[in-house]
Each structure stands twice: as C-alpha cells, then as structure tokens.
Design a protein around this ligand. Sequence first.
Ligand SMILES: *Cc1c(COP(=O)(O)O)cnc(C)c1O
Length: 378
Amino acid sequence: MTNTLERLPFTRPSIDEATIEAVATVLRSGWLASGPKVQEFEAALSAYLGSRPVRVMTSATAALEIALTICNIGQGDEVITTPMSWCSTSNVILRLGARPVFVDIDLDSRNLMLEQVEGKIGPRTRAILPVHFSGLPVDMDRLYAIATRHGLRVIEDAAHAIGSAWRGRRIGSFGDLVCFSFHPNKNMTTGEGGAIVADSPAEIRRIESHRFHGVVKRAPDQFDVLDPGIKANLSDIAACIGLGQLARLEEFNARRRELVAHYFARWSASCPLRLPAPGDTGHSWHMFAPLLPVDRIGMTRAQFIGKMDERGIGVGIHYPAIHLLSAYRKLGWREGQFPNAERVGRETITLPLFPAMRIADVDRVVDAVNDILKAAST
Ligand SMILES: *Cc1c(COP(=O)(O)O)cnc(C)c1O
C-alpha cells in the first residue's frame, strides 16, 4: 500500500529553474570565487535585514567561530549557551580555548531559560550565545537587557531563524552579532553557506579578514596578515543560489507556517505527541519537532523511526543534548545536569516540513504517527 507513495523526506530544498540558469551563467562567466555575486548577495541580505552590514561565508559554523574571534574570546573565557543545538554552537567555543557554560532549555520552546542566565554569569563570562530554536526567537528584550546589564556581547546563533521576527522586527535586523546558516536543510540555502550581521565598520573589516586567511590589503600590490584567519569566503556560485533563494524566502516561510498550522489543526483534539510551542507569526518554522513519549508507547524511538521509514516517511533527530556527546563528557559533563535538554535529546522527532510539501503530505504524516502509536499501544 505504501509502495505507491513517493518517499517523503523530513526536509528538501526548493531550487527553481531560474536559479539553476543563473548558476550556469556564473559557471560560464569565468569568475567562480568570491566576486560580484557575493557582493550582490551581501547587499540583498543587508536590504532584507534593515540595512545592517552583512558578510557571507561558507557556513554558520565559520560565522560563529569568526564572531567569537572578533570578540577576542579565547583561553579562560566563558560563553553562556544552550545544550540543545547542533554541536557546532558550542564546538566553536571549545575550539577557541574558551568554555561553554550551559543553561537548560524550556521543554516546549527549546530556547534557553533566560531566567537562569544571570545565575551563571561570573567574572570570566564574556558573551551569551543563544539559539532561536526552530526559528522561534528567544525573548530579545530580556536577552539584551541581561547582556547590557552585565556588559556582555551577544552572538546569536540564528541558523534556524532567517525570516523570523521578534515583535515585528526581523531577527538580524537588530542586536549584536547575528549568525545565519544557508545549509541545504535551512529555510534558505546556498548549498553550504552562512553569514554574520554586525554594525561596527571595524568589526566588519575583521570579519572580512578572518574569513580570508587574516589577509589585509596594504596597497594594490601589497598585503599583510595580522592574525592567521580561516578560509571561509563564499563562492559566486553559492552566492548566486542564495540570491534566488532570498527572493523566495518570504513565500517559503509563509508556506512553512501554513503546513505547521495544519499539523496543529489535525492534532488539536487529541495528539499522541507533545507538540512544540506554537509561537506567533514571527516563527519561521525551520522544523517541526514534537516529542515522542518514549516511556509510554511500547517501542523505542529507533523502532518508531523504522516504522515511519517503512511508510516512506523520513524522520530527523534535532538534536542529541550536546553536553552528553563524548567530547563533552570527556571534559566532565554528565547526565542529570540539564534535564530538559536531555529529555528533548531522547524524545525529539523531526517530522517532514518543507515548502514543496502539500497539505495531503501533512495528513499522511499525521495518519502514520497516529496509526503507529495506536497499534503499539494495543
Ligand atoms: C545548522 C546549524 C549550525 C551550523 O550551520 P552550518 O552552516 O552547517 O555550519 C549551527 N547552529 C545551528 C542551531 C544549526 O542548526
């Protein structure tokens, strides 16, 4: 019965023919590395983000590392962050010799419990690095009030949040350093890519230098390196994909909200899952990740994923709690420290959500989940 249905992945990018044609034009142009398309993409992103300066690079991971670097965060410094994210959010802190100080998350929003942040601020704290989980903004008023009160930098991991808004203002259009991802799973893609938004011209120059080996131009025939940088400049090929995607971002995100509204509507009367916080119209729904009550369903999460797979439906896991990954356990983190993040790590399931999905696909997912869990409980 299921063989006739097309496989439904948990996510898939939508790349239109015009973008494919535009990429072909770049390929024929003779200029593939960072050039006019990167400049055009940066200008378009900046226009989208309230005219703040934006610099693009090869990933959000590189963006986060560069953001921490230009804040001079390193050996002996502490950065307050979340244990519920993709591992790179805190890997970059460790890579620079600093220490992540984790604060647990709210079970439904998956965002940092900001009320616990001030208790973790000490003499070595330099920055707060929150994630707008699945595109639901953290409380920006409260976040920036804490940062201002304690003189801390804020580096927003906005990898999920391009197109999200807090009280009508786009994430990235205000705030301190804001990092985006254009990985193919994200709400818009460049194949792989990322960006930093920053205000200060001096910091923008440092970002430009750090994404390209640390090079600074002295004269048309002379360059120097002040600090060794990384190699993370974006190609014109990737930037060209980004231009095509950015033009459709609002449409993509509107579609994501429609599809999620249907998930919520289908599960409004009764739902065998714990649904995520609904947010408001500023939620860009990077993903739809309810919790599976693994203790009460008579099967493991892996078995559930297997059953969904038999029906041709992909399920993702976003994410295991970071502090329980081996690299972190080795440094002393343990079970029991961040109970909500650990529970989300055990129970989260990312159900299909992407702009090309149809309402009927949502129905198919809801029916599959309901059937599988009903069969398991009888
Ligand atoms: C995807 C992601 C990153 C890393 O993005 P890349 O562009 O793949 O480096 C960082 N943080 C979060 C929350 C992410 O989802």
